[in-house]
Design a protein around this ligand. Structure first.
Ligand SMILES: [Zn+2]
Length: 433
């Protein structure tokens, strides 16, 4: 692909400052020049650097780094139950995952962190297929299945059908079974192990309940680290959040119920952890799932309304303490369909008290370390990888524009167009300011 020169863009560079007008040159897969044009400066048109580059005159459109989704389940199939997700035959399931991967890129998520697959190898196969160019998708870290206990969250087997093929999660009991399980997923090539430390009310086990012994968790982390893998936890209860900090589980999903001790522990190690609360799951399960029999009356009884309030309080407290809260979480259920993920940013602003700037940073600058890529992504800076979104509108004024595919004019990943901007005339591309 030819080099690309974006001119006349409002650049949100991921550093936290107000956007500035300028030009951005992409050469190969890298951002090679970022020039402010506010003072009449420009990349000289005769410059050999831009000779032959495709010029995108963006007419003042908003250029931002590609977004990072911190809690992704490509294999959740927009169905209303764990069973309905898990029972999809493997052949259809892998095609589904490939379709979803493309959808994330369509919606501006150029990187996704896998948070558990519904079958042992779905995530690994999809990651590999993206990396070798067989299918189109975001940068991806592949997860294991959810590791759980007999009777715990993710054990969907029936007493007369105990086979692992009927289980949503990987079921272990005791330290040695845990060790074997982690080794098996390491063999398959996952990037991270997912462990369910707490319950999930919709499955019958309350979110405040915790499963696993400390010893089982310790072995999981020890074995994962021995293989160079990361551990991520489904951790709704305060006890489970504390276990994440105590035992070095880097990625904490949900963290709805916290107490002062949990918050203090997390704050003390805030640069060692990421929190992705998945508020959309709590909000939609509480209030927007009646069509599937989960009326607000039902979900209130299940405890979701109380949990939503607790989660919002926890996230507000974490934000004040400077703990990194990232977007993403359990999209891929019937009432949280894939592709609506940017709702999380709206909820951060509306419920957690983030500014639109903070919400954007949570999806960009913080995404680099979440992807284990440091500052190579998440910024528009010289030397960074070219994951870029051109937006019709200003997400700093209205964060919801990121929910609208039509407003995401172009998506570039690794210097390649996933979606090139619409060309409005023969010579250049321009949008009304
Ligand atoms: Zn999840």
């Amino acid at each position: 692909m030819a080099d690309v020169l974006y001119t006349n863009v409002r650049i949100f560079d991921g550093g936290g400052e107000a956007p500035f007008t300028g030009d951005v040159l992409v050469q190969g897969n890298t951002i090679s020049r970022v020039v402010k044009t506010a003072h009449g400066q420009r990349l000289p048109p005769s410059s050999s650097m831009i000779a032959g580059a495709q010029v995108i005159d963006a007419g003042g459109a908003f250029l931002m780094p590609g977004m990072v989704e911190a809690h992704t389940h490509f294999s959740w199939n927009d169905q209303p139950s764990l069973d309905a997700i898990q029972r999809m035959p493997p052949e259809e399931h892998i095609l589904w995952c490939a379709e979803v991967a493309k959808k994330y890129l369509d919606m501006g998520w150029t990187s996704c962190v896998g948070a558990a697959a519904a079958k042992p190898r779905l995530d690994v196969v999809i990651r590999n297929a993206i990396n070798d160019g067989t299918i189109v998708g975001p940068r991806y870290l592949a997860a294991s299945q959810e590791i759980t206990v007999p009777g715990g969250l993710g054990d969907t087997t029936q007493p007369h059908l105990p086979q692992p093929e009927f289980a949503f999660g990987a079921i272990v009991s005791g330290a040695e079974e845990m060790r074997r399980c982690v080794r098996m997923f390491a063999k398959y090539g996952v990037d991270s192990l997912k462990i369910n430390l707490s319950g999930e009310s919709i499955t019958g086990m309350p979110g405040e309940m915790s499963q696993f012994t400390e010893e089982e968790i310790r072995v999981c982390v020890e074995e994962a680290k021995a293989w160079g893998k990361r551990v991520a936890a489904h951790a709704r209860s305060a006890w489970s959040v504390k276990q994440c900090v105590k035992q070095g589980i880097e990625v904490i999903y949900h963290a709805s119920f916290t107490d002062e001790e949990a918050l203090d522990m997390l704050e003390a190690k805030k640069l060692e952890h990421f929190v992705a609360p998945g508020l959309a799951w709590l909000i939609n399960t509480s209030h927007h799932a009646s069509q599937w029999g989960l009326t607000p009356e039902v979900t209130k009884k299940m405890g979701y309304h109380r949990e939503l309030e607790a989660a919002i309080d926890s996230m507000k407290a974490m934000r004040k303490r400077g703990i990194r809260i990232l977007p993403g979480g359990d999209y891929g259920f019937a009432w949280t369909p894939h592709g609506t993920n940017a709702k999380d940013l709206e909820y951060f602003v509306r419920h957690v008290g983030m500014s639109t700037m903070e919400a954007l940073l949570s999806a960009t600058a913080w995404g680099g370390p979440m992807m284990k890529m440091g500052k190579r992504i998440g910024y528009i800076r010289e030397g960074c990888l070219a994951d870029l979104l051109l937006i019709d509108g200003d997400p700093l004024a209205d964060i919801t524009v990121l929910q609208d595919k039509a407003r995401i004019l172009s998506v570039m990943k690794d210097g390649q167009w996933h979606r090139a901007p619409p060309v409005r005339n023969a010579r250049a591309t321009r949008w009304a300011a």
